[in-house]
Design a protein around this ligand. Structure first.
Ligand SMILES: [Zn+2]
Length: 177
């Protein structure tokens, strides 16, 4: 499936969920799309058929781009949570198996029900409130800022006192003890 086809399926899905069109209308346009010599996006076909107004199409496109932004936020959270998990193990609060189990649970969560790793581990009683707080403190405490360009680095995986160069400005940074 191409990226365009995927986007069309998502757009069709949102349009049906918002009750702007029904599944039969979407399917009809997707079928028509296959017979076209020049490819047209689903939104345009729905518009041409009169199933959608221009305003409706615009609001659909808006919803879709908000969904894409939300995905980017989600990716960043998952990265942060992976670091959270490593700290939990490093501090001896949880085992690798527990962290892996909870990261696996998180992957299956729909956007609406998304929980942070700390919350999942609390619910499963693998961590206490106090431990979650300690990990979060540790996580932010290990963040260092380049004094020249302001870029932030999470130094969780570095040893204390290690030196490295800022990849943006070549400024030498030292990991705090
Ligand atoms: Zn820098």
């Amino acid at each position: 499936m191409t990226g365009e086809q995927k986007e069309d399926l998502i757009l069709g899905d949102i349009a049906v969920k918002m009750r702007l069109v029904n599944e039969t209308q979407v399917q009809e346009c997707l079928n028509a799309q296959k017979t076209l010599r020049e490819w047209k996006p689903l939104g345009v076909l729905l518009l041409e058929k009169g199933y959608l107004s221009e305003d409706q199409l615009q609001s659909l496109v808006d919803v879709q781009s908000r969904n894409i932004e939300a995905k980017a936020v989600q990716t960043r959270r998952i990265k942060e949570d992976n670091i959270f998990g490593r700290i939990a193990i490093k501090l001896g609060f949880a085992t690798e198996a527990q962290v892996d189990e909870c990261l696996g649970v998180q992957l299956t969560m729909q956007d609406d029900y998304f929980l942070r790793l700390g919350e999942i581990m609390l619910k499963r009683k693998y961590l206490t409130d106090e431990q979650v707080q300690k990990i979060l403190d540790y996580q932010t405490g290990r963040l260092i800022t380049c004094s020249k360009c302001g870029h932030k680095y999470n130094t969780i995986l570095f040893n204390s006192g290690a030196r490295f160069l800022c990849y943006r400005c070549d400024n030498e940074l030292t990991v705090l003890a």
